[in-house]
Design a protein around this ligand. Structure first.
Ligand SMILES: Nc1ncnc2c1ncn2[C@@H]1O[C@H](COP(=O)(O)OP(=O)(O)OP(=O)(O)O)[C@@H](O)[C@H]1O
Length: 705
């Protein structure tokens, strides 16, 4: 038997190898998933061509999968889209989805939040004869949809626990006898699985040839692998069994390949046409901001951001880690003159609904919520989503931040990050399957200063990279990012931890940083405290260190210990680099504000150009705003106040310029130009606070998030 030291060394080596094996397994699994994806694509193509060429089908083989070609219902569809829905042009995939459903095919739609899924089934519902059945998981979602459709003059009803006797009678008569005008009927999945009466009326409706299509909204709820599994959703396959010739449209915002396969099977739509749209939300500006350690400073900053960037009561959401934090943040925002209220799982259902309602109607500007404020938020004009604390994964962050800008207009997603929030979150998720890995992925997203934020989403969702167009802080920033070789610091941290472990001591992240603060001065370059915190977290994410969890009666604490790759660093086989912000030029904040403004402007211009082109039958009206003018505006990125003023001046002289300026006015108010002469720091409120006693809002790792 070797010495303890030798055994320990061997153990580290084995752990390091194990980690490598795990990495290989992970990459093989990804490869397997990709191959499965290609396999089912090929199968679907083969099935489709067999289906098309089989006798008795009236569709010509070459027309089957080309959903962009002209169809006989085009004119009528354009008329309904424009004159009833008031939508001037289709967004990506919408027309193709409508065409596939109109052709009688089952369809699976995966489209980002706010992508416009509703139109994909509402439009064919109006065009086809009879009643369309829509299954949706939440009462609030159903109510909003029915209200919205009624406002457009479309005869939509819902059959839920809140439906009046009178409406119920009308609906049943319409289903059974075809009396009265009923085009779209919304139900919850429970109605399908639990109401025999309803199913029998639906059967009669179908028998009489009056059932036009079936839409299943939030279809990922069918799958146990999805993030919102609903037991009643798994019985929805009965609809295809009972009504085999009626097209089913299943819609969801995100579904991994596994979830897609699962829900195709559960809904019994193996031959469905699948439309997967990009996860990219080009109108969202993503940014990560350094979270001040003093809670009051953070609230001051958030309040100032809301008041300056979103005047005129523009709607927003602030996501917090705990219920207590939600209540406190809402109160602090109200104290600063912002109309805000909180929403979490502990609040009474009626109160919660009232808050949601006031916010939806614009009577409340900000909802401060936990993750409980989730599915069912379909307010289109949310202009900002702020994360007061870290989300638990890239997927959750994508979903939560994605509640901004569903109407396609420029909106902002800000995540406040500080390394000290990591152990707080990790002690909540470490027991979940891949919980820590998921958390470290979003931590990596937060810590990067040089890489495009959007590219992190593309990588996460295994999608080819797309241009960010300067719509994230890292792409828009002119601040210099330095990469420091901090391998010596890392070695010092590892040896200190090993010493502590040898003496049966342990340290939390903050204790470790305190220790390092004194020690690391012996080696250069000197790191600031926040940079040391950043380094410790970086080492955890890179598996040089690891978190270990210890439970007490009340809480779970995270302690840091050496990780599987520590040995490689100690032996000099792995270099550790840390990204830190370089010296900012005095106007960097202003410049990045300018760039944000110009990115929003650029985005809006491009959108308007498309809208104008589509309103003019696909040809851009050169006489209105020449392509040259547009491209000049789009490529010119102002670097000074004068340049920005020049662009705005040019816009003012153009026919549509005034409208464009009005549209972007609230995005970033033009009168902030006076800021240019001012050499302000990033956080003016911190200055104002000097000398005042900071008030901690909360820093507890509370029960839920
Ligand atoms: N082609 C279009 N052009 C302009 N606006 C559109 C278009 N299609 C849909 N919209 C609008 O986009 C907004 C979002 O649409 P919708 O509610 O259908 O999104 P969704 O995909 O269902 O999102 P979520 O998953 O968040 O519910 C709505 O305000 C809708 O009117």
């Amino acid at each position: 038997m070797g010495s303890t030291e030798e055994l320990f060394d061997e153990l580290l080596g084995v752990e390091s190898e194990l980690q490598d094996v795990e990495d290989q397994i992970k990459s093989l699994l990804t490869r397997q998933e990709n191959l499965h994806e290609r396999q089912s694509e090929l199968k679907a193509l083969l099935e489709a061509s067999e289906f098309a060429t089989s006798p008795g089908r009236d569709l010509a083989p070459e027309t089957v999968e080309n959903w962009s070609q002209p169809f006989e219902w085009d004119t009528q569809a354009d008329d309904v889209r424009f004159n009833i829905f008031g939508i001037s042009a289709y967004r990506a995939n919408q027309r193709e989805i409508v065409n596939a459903a109109m052709s009688g095919r089952d369809v699976l739609v995966i489209m980002a939040a706010g992508g416009g899924k509703s139109l994909c089934y509402q439009l064919p519902a109006i065009l086809r004869n009879g009643v369309a059945l829509v299954v949706s998981p939440l009462l609030s979602l159903i109510q909003d949809q029915v209200m919205g459709l009624a406002a457009l003059g479309i005869s939509a009803f819902m059959l839920t626990s809140t439906t009046s006797k009178e409406d119920e009678k009308f609906i049943y008569k319409a289903l059974e006898k075809g009396e009265g005008e009923l085009k779209i009927l919304y139900v919850t999945p429970e109605k399908i699985s639990k109401s025999k009466r309803f199913m029998s009326k639906l059967e009669k409706c179908h028998h009489a040839g009056r059932l036009s299509l079936i839409a299943i909204d939030e279809a990922h709820c069918c799958s146990q692998w999805g993030h919102d599994f609903r037991p009643d959703y798994k019985n929805l396959g009965i609809l295809k069994t009972q009504f085999p010739n009626i097209p089913v449209i299943a819609l969801t915002a995100t579904a991994t390949r596994k979830v897609q396969e699962d829900l195709k099977e559960m809904l019994r739509i193996p031959r469905c046409v699948r439309f997967v749209s990009t996860v990219n939300r080009p109108n969202l500006f993503y940014m990560v901001r350094e979270k001040p350690s003093v809670a009051k400073t953070l609230i001051d900053e958030i309040a100032e951001y809301i008041q300056m960037s979103h005047p005129n009561n523009e709607s927003g959401i602030v996501y917090c880690f705990s219920r207590k934090e939600c209540e406190q943040v809402a109160k602090e925002l109200r104290d600063r003159g912002i109309s805000a209220d909180y929403y979490h799982a502990d609040t009474d259902v009626n109160v919660r609904e009232r808050v949601h309602h006031r916010w939806s109607n614009g009577k409340l500007q900000v909802i401060v919520g936990t993750v409980a404020f989730g599915m069912g938020i379909n307010k289109p004009d949310v202009r900002f989503v702020i994360h007061h604390s870290l989300s638990k994964s890239m997927e959750t962050y994508y979903q939560e931040s994605g509640r901004a800008g569903r109407d396609g207009l420029p909106s902002e997603c800000i995540l406040y990050f500080r390394p000290a929030d990591v152990p707080r979150q990790s002690s909540m998720v470490f027991f979940e399957n891949a919980g820590l890995q998921n958390l470290y992925d979003i931590v990596r997203y937060c810590q990067t200063k040089g890489e495009c934020r959007r590219s992190a989403f593309f990588k996460h969702f295994a999608e080819p990279l797309q241009d960010c167009n300067g719509m994230c802080d890292n792409c828009a920033s002119s601040g210099e990012v330095k990469e420091l070789d901090v391998s010596d610091h890392a070695r010092l941290i590892i040896s200190s931890l090993q010493n502590m472990q040898d003496n049966d001591q342990r340290a939390t992240m903050l204790q470790l940083v305190d220790k390092m603060k004194v020690k690391h001065k012996e080696i250069g370059p000197e790191l600031k405290r926040d940079e040391l915190e950043q380094l410790v977290i970086h080492l955890i994410v890179e598996r040089v260190l690891k978190e270990e969890f210890q439970h007490t009666a009340y809480t779970t604490n995270s302690y840091i210990s050496v990780g599987p790759l520590a040995k490689q660093v100690s032996q000099g086989n792995k270099i550790i680099r840390l990204e830190v912000s370089g010296t900012k030029n005095s106007g960097s904040n202003i410049i990045s504000k300018l760039k944000r403004k110009s990115s929003g402007l650029e985005f809006r211009l491009d959108q308007l150009r498309k809208e104008l082109a589509s309103a003019h039958g696909g040809i851009f009206p050169h006489s209105v705003l020449s392509t040259q003018q547009i491209s000049t505006l789009c490529t010119e990125r102002p670097k000074t106040a004068e340049q920005l003023e020049e662009i705005i001046g040019k816009l003012k002289t153009m026919k549509y310029g005034k409208r464009i300026l009005e549209e972007i006015d609230n995005y970033e108010s033009s009168n902030k130009l006076e800021d240019f002469s001012d050499d302000k720091e990033d956080r003016p409120p911190a200055k104002k606070l000097r000398g005042k006693k900071p008030v901690m809002i909360v820093d507890s790792s509370e029960d839920e998030a």
